[in-house]
Design a protein around this ligand. Sequence first.
Ligand code: SAM
Length: 245
Amino acid sequence: TSYGFRQVADGEKQGLVNDVFHKVAKHYDVMNDVMSAGMHRVWKDAMVAALHPRKDSGYRTLDVAGGTGDIAFRIVEASDRKAHTTVLDINGSMLGVGAERAEKRKLSDNLTFVEANAESLPFEPNSFDAYTIAFGIRNVPRIDVALKEAYRVLKRGGRLLVLEFSEVDMPLLERVYEEWSFKAIPRFGKMITGESEPYQYLVESIRKFPNQENFAAMIRTAGFSRVTYTNYTSGIAALHSGWKL
Ligand code: SAM
């Protein structure tokens, strides 16, 4: 690929990713708080605020790589429990945790859980008002294919929102962040889950992901209009937005 972040073969990469998330599923939510020092909550809230879900029962969104449900729950709540969200993930272990959490919060009526691949969505064209993906797209082997699929399943006028780790634009923060991610995160991972490799993978996949401008270009290539991005916490994360017009 011209973006230079693909090193292992696609099939092999997906296998590695699946192993990682089968292993971390049980500890995923705790580790998210530890790894991001709780910041993922703020970023996710900001993402859903940017989406501004419609408060009507016809509003349909798709949360890809939805894992344990964080984005989907927020969308349903923000719509006053009117919207319907489909949580799609390639990993049954992550979805299992998500479905359990949904039961506890009594949100199951507004959610559907689907085990499938972002590169090949099991939906008709023009099905959704919004497509969201948070901290998921960097795990997908063929990002260009996933973005084309996003475009296909969105309705005209539909919105794409991608939240992902990105390029830090403050040199001092960048150094602290590198120390944190390459040393502390795998160590915490080992302390909490007994394994450090899955967390090493996660950190490396962040480094290999294209920066804000390059990723925006990929979104445009997939057909989206009015593509913009917003940095969160000096670019540790970024929210990309595009429209199917
Ligand atoms: N969106 C959730 C969040 O923000 O907490 C979960 C993010 S988690 C870091 C990444 C998720 O991507 C995992 O649940 C993993 O199973 C999923 N994933 C990886 N490759 C995928 C693919 N090709 N299609 C769909 N989901 C995938």
